[in-house]
Design a protein. Structure first.
Ligand code: FE
Ligand code: CA
Length: 522
């Protein structure tokens, strides 16, 4: 590591420590700016909910044609208020945070001391400007037995492919949480003839990624959904670069470590993550995002990171990184027992979470398809190396741990493939008689386009553990859970070409407690 980078990390860590203390804010409050524009144009958000707190987020930005440009200011004091009611008549907590230019004037307020299982409202102020308000909530107490949990999960929102109208409908679903499973941004450049256009070329620098997050957040339906409920997050590849794995991108010539560090920092700056995510400080190129959330004893949601620690995709050609579709016989590396999707540390962490879980339902929320998806022709067997099919030994270890520890009602949630796949997860996918050990719902994309339905039908037909597969529609998946059953609704918009699409339920499924595997109910 070079000295400048090291000095910068130490400096950022000090700033973060400072930002944690409200005392620092007073010094700057005196010269609070009189704004000529709305510095809170990116809106507000909340996330990382706990039974006693939640992280509140906003970011102050400069005016200009391209949203997300840095303000010319130094550190700014940002006041925050939390109320027990929508009209802010009953303020129950308030304070000051410091927004520093090194973190793009983002604000992350880590609230503590709130009551469990309650809704709260929050807003920010800086100088003459006040933000819009957001609504958030705490988790139920760890030992409580909540009757119900309602959440939606979503992924893959390529801005150029259309509007985020799905979120307008999601906002009316009376949700407790949103679970986002990756591809929040796409790093790609500008393409002609799309529904909307990126504002600059492919993202490489910190400045590029910051501008990209700002562009995506400028969609009013997405911004409104962030203000509605807390979100849980994981990422997939496009938050950095298509098909990257750990320290390797598809294009082996670039300085990928610097690019990943920039992308990870921008991710932190634009999502409501706790500062503990910044393991070695901002810009270190490491971000700890895997975590678990307990909805009392009803459900445990483990959010996994399937990108940062994985082995490189199997059987890459020498000149190139990224994924491929490989013949089973020609790629023995794929089957190597040492290969990991999560990395040894996260894998051990997940097993411990599952083993100790007191919850009636155990959601494993991660970024891609877990079930085997053999996609050859005739007797030839082929697998895509980017999803869990590229890491079959790691998949087998995970599913084996579910059996070994008698984990109650495991349900795997995923994204990435721009399609909804409802599958039975088994220790041996090639044995039609093998027991179902977990239920999988891999959900469709918000906007990103998928395979043709005929291609999906052809692949699904080769994989009898796939119960339902639709790649022709965009939307999100709703989960309505009680102790007895999980009901899962595949919601689809009729168009991404308009900000105000209609919605319909393409299919609904039920998982009954004690019986793994989804049953279609509508
Ligand atoms: Fe995607
Ligand atoms: Ca992806």
């Amino acid at each position: 590591m070079n000295i400048d980078l090291l000095a910068r990390r130490v400096f950022l860590r000090k700033l973060l420590a400072l930002a944690g203390g409200a005392f620092a804010a007073r010094a700057w409050a005196a010269d609070a700016p009189k704004w000529q524009h709305d510095p809170f144009a990116l809106g507000v958000a909340s996330g990382s909910p706990r039974a006693d707190g939640v992280v509140l987020w906003t970011r102050l930005v400069a005016p200009g044609a391209e949203l997300g440009q840095l303000l010319p200011h130094g550190p700014l004091a940002v006041g925050w208020e939390v109320a027990a009611d929508k009209s802010f008549d009953r303020i129950i907590a308030s304070g000051n945070a410091v927004a520093v230019p090194e973190l793009a004037h983002s604000v992350h307020v880590e609230l503590r001391g709130l009551a469990p299982d309650r809704w709260y409202w929050y807003r920010f102020r800086c100088g003459s400007a006040q933000s819009s308000s957001g609504r958030t909530r705490t988790l139920p107490a760890a030992d409580s037995r909540p009757e119900r949990l309602r959440f939606a999960f979503a992924s893959c929102q390529n801005y150029e492919r259309g509007h985020y109208g799905a979120y307008r409908h999601m906002a009316r679903e009376n949700l407790d949480l949103v679970v986002f499973l990756g591809d929040y941004i796409y790093e790609y450049g500008i393409h002609a003839g799309e529904a909307r256009a990126h504002t600059r070329g492919e993202c490489f620098s910190l400045d590029d990624y910051r501008a990209r997050y700002a562009l995506y957040r400028s969609d009013p339906a997405l911004a409104a959904m962030h203000a509605e409920v807390p979100w849980l997050f994981t990422w997939d590849d496009h938050e950095v670069a298509n098909d990257y794995a750990n320290d390797r991108a598809k294009d082996l010539t670039q300085d990928f470590i610097a690019r990943r560090a920039a992308a990870y920092q921008a991710y932190y700056e634009h999502q409501p993550l706790a500062a503990t995510a910044l393991i070695d400080g901002a810009g270190s190129g490491r971000l700890r995002i895997y975590d678990r959330y307990d909805w009392g004893r009803l459900a445990r949601i483990s959010m996994l990171d399937c990108r940062q620690y994985r082995n490189h995709q199997a059987c890459q050609s020498p000149e190139r990184g990224g994924s491929g579709v490989v013949d089973e016989a020609a790629c023995p590396e794929r089957l190597d027992a040492a290969r990991s999707m999560l990395g040894a540390e996260q894998e051990a962490w997940l097993e411990a979470q599952l083993k100790a879980s007191p919850a009636g339902w155990n959601f494993i929320a991660q970024s891609t398809l877990m079930a085997q998806s053999e996609n050859g022709k005739g007797t030839e067997r082929r697998y895509w190396t980017d999803a869990w099919d590229g890491y079959p030994a790691a998949r087998h270890r995970l599913l084996g741990a579910l059996v070994e520890h008698k984990v109650r009602n495991p349900v795997v949630l995923g994204g990435d493939i721009h399609a909804t796949w409802v599958t039975d997860l088994k220790l041996d996918f090639d044995d039609p008689k093998a027991a179902v050990v977990a239920t999988e719902f891999c959900g469709t994309s918000i906007t990103s386009t998928g395979w043709s339905q005929s291609k999906t039908d052809a692949v699904a037909s080769r994989n009898p553990h796939v119960k339902w597969a639709r790649s022709d529609r965009r939307g999100y998946t709703l989960v309505d859970l009680d102790a007895e059953r999980a009901r899962v609704y595949c919601r689809a918009v009729d168009s991404t070409a308009t900000p105000n699409p209609a919605i319909e339920t393409l299919a609904a499924f039920e998982v009954v407690s004690g019986t793994p595997g989804a049953r279609r109910i509508a």
